[in-house]
Every structure is written in structure tokens, then in C-alpha cells.
Design a protein around this ligand. Structure first.
Ligand SMILES: NC(=O)c1ccc[n+]([C@@H]2O[C@H](COP(=O)([O-])OP(=O)(O)OC[C@H]3O[C@@H](n4cnc5c(N)ncnc54)[C@H](O)[C@@H]3O)[C@@H](O)[C@H]2O)c1
Length: 298
């Protein structure tokens, strides 16, 4: 069964711009209840909330920096108290540093990308995931990964590419850990029109401060990118059907296939000297159960 959002509260992080704004608006189009548009930039979030309200929806903006675990927890508790446990939470906030080869990416930039894209996603999935897991109603988590999560190597964006692999990895684990009434998906867009090309405009001081990126990257994104609205529609169609992996740009399939082929070929090299009969989670569970029994017997 897929996500059911009709009449249910929805939260979108990084909802003030680009894909997040489109996700918030699409949630409203599809009959969600109250929508919390959360962003570190509250003015942008406010504008999106006002657009939703102008179309007859219910929405409010809330300032929240996803790298601050306490602030994310506070957001989750406030939403639950005011509107109830959300039916959908989009862990979408993300940043990209200025393009540079990985060997020459400043460690402060890499740290910023990892803190927002990885730690921020963990904070969001944890706080809202716990709310949903402890509740009775169905809930759905959707993280924004990227086509770089599934095998498209973004030259000059190594830290970003790595951070998006991490998002997929975390969601994969949560898929195995979450209780049956909580679903999870990871949307993996390709190039999409947004302000991501100039995320450094709001880079905090400790990571190098505000700076404008190359406007050429913005022109490229504007001309070559898919609209954020299309990405949001594809994401909502997919979660309604309960899909875990949500690619939005078909061209990335070739890269994902190449990754899968490379993996299979690498493992096939071991086939003659090792066995395939191994299930990590089952083996660990059996081992721990036996150890616990041992402990009791002592
Ligand atoms: N645009 C693309 O081509 C593309 C492709 C694949 C994935 N993505 C991912 O989509 C997501 C949304 O990005 P976008 O393209 O819409 O860019 P965007 O810059 O237009 O929007 C990102 C939003 O996140 C907010 N944000 C930044 N740091 C934050 C923080 N610490 N806490 C809370 N909010 C914060 C920004 O204020 C902004 O409103 C990101 O995770 C990005 O990595 C984008």
C-alpha cells in the first residue's frame, strides 16, 4: 500500500525553494491537510505557504536548520501537537558546494555538504520517523536523494555525490527497520530547475560564508533541467503506489545499470572461492539470540 496523504499533515524541509516548494504545493494539490513548509530561509518558506493558502490550502512556514538536531526535534513535536502526526514528511533540504574537483574541494565545503545532506537528513528521518513509529496511523517518509545516489558520478561534485549515496544507504536501512505502518521512499532526481546551483548564497560563516556561484551553472540548470513541478508529480505518483526508489529522469537508468553490472561482475570473480549462502541481518539476529540465551543460562 502506498502513502495516504489526503487530509493528513505534511512537512517538507527545504520547502522554501525548488523541489521542496514543488513538493509542498503538490501535496496541497493532492488534498493533504495542513502543510508545514520548513526551511532555514523562513521568508522563502513563507512565500510558499502563502501560495498554498492562496489556492485554498492550509499551510504555515517554520524556520528550521536541519543540521540542528534539537531544532528538528522541536519542529516535529510542534507539528504533532498542533496538527497531529504527519502522514508524509519530505526530508528534502540539501545543498551543493561550488563545483570543484574532489582533490581541491575545501574541507569546510565538504563538511557543510555532509552536515546538511547527511546529518540533516538523519535528523529529519529520526525525529519524524520516531513520531510515526510510535503512532498508530500510517506514515510515509520521503528523502530527496539524487541520480548521484544510484550511480551517476557528478564530476566536480564529489562530496555532494557521496552525500547522496549516504541518503540512499540510510533509507535502505530504514526500509528494513521501520514498522509496517511507516513507509519510506527516496526520490532520485536528475538535473532540476532550482536555486541549488547557487546554494553557497546561504553557506554559513563557519563553512566559508556567503558567496555567489558561477551564474553559468544557473543558466545551464534553467535550460537543461526538468521542472521541479514535474519532479514533484512523479514523486507523488510513485509514493501513492508505494515505491521505494523513485527516479525521475530516465537517462540515469544507463548509469544505474552500469553500476549494477560492475557490481555483479566484481562479485562473480569471487564465485569460485566463496559461497553465496549468507544473509547478514538473519545471521546477526541468530548470533545475538544465541548469545542472549547463553547469558541467561549462566
Ligand atoms: N536541483 C537539482 O538538480 C537536484 C537534483 C537532485 C537532487 N536535488 C536535491 O533536491 C533537494 C532540494 O534542492 P533544490 O534543487 O530544490 O535546491 P534549492 O536550493 O532551490 O532548495 C533547497 C532548499 O533547502 C534549504 N536549505 C539549505 N540548507 C538548509 C538547512 N541547513 N536547513 C533547512 N533548509 C535548508 C534552502 O534554503 C532551500 O530553500 C536537495 O536535497 C538537493 O540535493 C536537486
Amino acid at each position: 500500500m502506498g502513502a495516504q496523504i489526503k487530509g493528513r499533515p505534511v512537512v517538507v524541509t527545504g520547502g522554501g525553494s525548488g523541489i521542496g516548494a514543488a513538493l509542498a504545493l503538490e501535496a496541497a494539490n493532492r488534498g493533504a491537510g495542513h502543510i508545514t513548509v520548513s526551511d532555514v530561509d523562513v521568508e522563502d518558506a513563507q512565500a510558499v505557504a502563502e501560495s498554498i493558502a492562496a489556492q485554498g490550502g492550509a499551510a504555515a512556514a517554520r524556520q528550521c536548520d536541519v543540521t540542528d538536531a534539537a531544532a528538528v526535534e522541536e519542529l516535529a513535536q510542534a507539528v504533532a501537537a498542533e496538527h497531529g502526526v504527519p502522514g508524509l514528511v519530505c526530508a528534502n533540504a540539501g545543498v551543493m558546494s561550488a563545483m570543484a574537483p574532489l582533490l581541491h574541494t575545501a574541507s569546510s565545503d565538504a563538511e557543510w555538504v555532509v552536515r546538511v545532506n547527511v546529518l540533516g537528513t538523519i535528523n529529519t528521518l529520526q525525529s519524524f520517523g520516531r513520531l510515526m513509529a510510535d503512532g498508530q496511523q500510517q506514515g510515509w517518509l520521503m528523502a530527496t536523494g539524487s541520480e548521484h545516489s544510484v550511480g551517476v558520478p557528478h564530476a566536480n561534485s564529489g562530496a555532494y555525490t557521496g552525500s547522496k549515496h549516504a541518503v540512499l544507504g540510510m533509507c535502505d536501512v530504514l526500509r528494513a527497520e521501520l514498522p509496517g505502518h511507516v513507509g519510506i521512499s527516496v526520490v532520485c532526481p536528475g538535473l532540476t530547475v532550482s536555486k541549488l546551483w547557487n546554494a553557497t548564497r546561504q553557506r554559513p560563516r563557519q563553512y566559508g560564508g556567503n558567496a555567489d556561484s558561477d551564474p553559468g551553472a544557473g543558466v545551464f540548470m534553467e535550460q537543461m533541467g526538468m521542472s521541479a513541478e514535474t519532479v514533484a508529480q512523479r514523486a507523488f505518483d510513485a509514493i501513492a503506489e508505494g515505491h521505494f526508489l523513485i527516479p525521475t529522469h530516465y537517462h540515469a537508468r544507463a548509469y544505474a545499470q552500469q553500476r549494477a553490472d560492475d557490481m555483479a561482475e566484481a562479485y562473480d570473480r569471487l564465485a569460485e572461492i566463496d559461497t553465496a549462502d549468507y544473509d547478514l541481518n538473519r545471521t546477526v539476529a541468530t548470533f545475538l539470540a544465541a548469545a542472549a540465551e547463553d547469558q541467561e543460562d549462566r
